[in-house]
Write a protein that binds this ligand. Sequence first.
Ligand SMILES: Cc1ncc(COP(=O)(O)O)c(C=O)c1O
Length: 458
Amino acid sequence: MPDSALSNSPIVAAYRQKTAGSEALAKRALASFPSGITHDSRHLEPYGVYIDRADGARKWDVDGNEYVDYFGGHGALILGHNHPDVAAAVHAAYAKGTHFGASHALEVEWAEQVLSMVPCAEKIRFTSSGTEATLMAVRLARAYTKRSKILRFRTHFHGWNDHMAPGQANHYDGTATAGVLDGVAAGVVLVDPNDRDGVTAALAAGDIAGIILEPTGSSTGMVPTAPGFLAFLREATEAAGALLIFDEVVTGFRVAPGGAQAALGVTPDLATYAKIIAGGLPGGAVAGKADIFDLLDFEKARAGGFEKIGHQGTYNANPVAAAAGLTALRLIATTAACDRANAFGDAMRARLNQAIREAGLAWAAYGEHSAVHVFTNPAARAGIGPDSFDPLALPFMELKGNAPGVAQKLRLAMLLNGVDMNGWPGGTISAAHGPRELDETDAAFRSAIAMLKAEGVV
Ligand SMILES: Cc1ncc(COP(=O)(O)O)c(C=O)c1O
């Protein structure tokens, strides 16, 4: 956004006034980090808020401002910030040492807990992040099928490893993004979301080792997966001898205790995890059919005469992360946490849509489960509104877009009104979000829309 749009904006001026401590840190950070940030999604103009502490569904910035939080640790915190049981487990594990350089009991219990919850999980390996998990899933698929290509869907996000870069936010033609080898990009086949013909043609062309997707759709349902598409993929991959991989880094243990595969009734060959699986600490995993995991097994490789896939990682199954993950997963398995977050999602979508209706905007709040998206209608299409909204009827790139300045100003205006919404715009919900958060979010959204109107943004 041009500087003049920032300097002439009452929203930006009020934001600067309210967040002077954040601005000072953001200026300092520029000397250390490119763009002053450590994760691309934290990029916000003029700068993002610096958070000091968090609890339940709320967080507080360095200037003492309080926010209802819809980032939830990038989706990791379905139980909310600082769940007392998770915090106690972390403190107890920390007191015993943070790294043993050896196997430990908690990793076994943690694995057993995942295997008891996830339909596809017969075996598991822990990693340190979701990016590592999808990297491992791709390598397993290639080695297992002895084929070279991975089919991905445009705009679906699977972390930042080389195979997952082209076609996620750019290079939709499949060419290599900056720093990625052409040969790696050539090993990725990109297909549009929900494009059955594209999948069929790619599988018929041969050499597809596996298909990976976010099961509820790109960016946790911003581009939703069409009804029946997962079952189609299951059948098509089985017929073609390719693996089906669900990236459940966000949906796992969120849409249901068993993840999207349990909620939607389609069992993949492999699933990748991070975020909730580690209870809000760094960690990830790949889980799936046992015979695929033979490829990581010293004894099976020796007996079978095949080459084992190497797998290292200093922080794999770190004991503190294991304690957090195990405790969080047990709570998710034995309480109505997912149902509570999903019900809040329904209520929040309804309340935001009512505000959109009353404001007369051609927008819509949508999404499934505990993910909320706000469509701000970048192409200014006629006939868009909360009552008739069908995201599957729109081009997927339009669902991913926003009119210039709208998402950024909406985010700042929501922050000014005490809500930290994701820049989609939208967010993920936790089981700690309750009626007070719903009322405050509704009021903040209405006030933010009024600010956008006053500024001529909408
Ligand atoms: C669907 C999905 N897959 C993979 C990843 C990458 O996980 P991580 O950030 O732990 O590397 C993310 C992270 O947001 C994600 O949303």
